[in-house]
Write a protein of this length. Structure first.
Length: 224
């Protein structure tokens, strides 16, 4: 298969106006992937599928990633005059990156027996209503997996043929794979009598004030 640089260059030429960046996975694998701008993502995806040299006709996996707000430190070499002498020194700066959600697709060619090529789509924010274009019309195998990303991360895929929850029930609130998701004490209206559930519930309850003897007698009489 061609290098990422070659694929990027040819895809941008085939889809005028598209913007593709080569990005690395910040994890230990440091695997490179193509970040495609959302506006042209369906057209670029169609090029990757139909181009005779690529024929990436199978999406084996699509998954979501949640990126919280973070600060990245960068070190750059700058020239400064120190005691009348120009020197090159290291200067550290910080860049604040707002949070976003990603959909990551792993593509293979069943016809040409190569891959994977990894492509990413990135939302503008992590808030309610975060959107991405659906790639299900290009790779049908992405249908259930985009539904899973919607269900667990809250990404709404525009153009998806049947976008609805697939693991959680319709009335479920929030998105369980978000990094700031807080699991409820219990999934019913009243806590069930399990020790771990009751302990979590106690953390949110206001302690009852202690009653003196007279108040206890009054309370007992009212109950009876």
């Amino acid at each position: 298969m061609e290098t990422l640089e070659q694929i990027k260059t040819r895809a941008e030429a085939a889809v005028p106006g598209s913007k593709i960046d080569i990005v690395s996975n910040p994890g230990p694998a440091n695997q490179l992937s193509l970040l495609i701008d959302n506006e042209h993502a369906p057209e670029v995806a169609r090029f990757l599928r139909d181009d005779p040299a690529l024929r990436l006709d199978f999406c084996s996996n699509a998954t979501g990633v949640d990126w919280l707000d973070r600060t990245v430190k960068k070190t750059n070499k700058v020239k400064k005059v120190i005691e009348g002498v120009e020197k090159e020194v290291n200067e550290t700066s910080e860049e604040k990156i707002p949070g976003y959600l990603e959909a990551v697709y792993h593509l293979f060619s069943m016809q040409l027996k190569h891959g994977p090529l990894i492509v990413r789509l990135r939302t503008a924010h992590r808030g309610e209503g975060a959107r991405l274009p659906s790639l299900t019309p290009i790779w049908r195998s992405a249908e259930f997996q985009e539904r899973e990303i919607f269900d667990l991360y809250g990404v709404r895929f525009e153009g998806h043929p049947d976008l609805r929850r697939i693991l959680m029930w319709d009335e479920f609130q929030d998105y369980p794979m978000r990094k700031d998701y807080r699991e409820p004490d219990d999934y019913e209206y009243e806590p069930t009598p399990h020790d771990d559930v009751m302990e979590k519930a106690k953390q949110h309850h206001t302690p009852r004030p202690q009653l003196d003897g007279a108040e206890k007698i009054t309370e007992s009489a009212e109950k009876n």
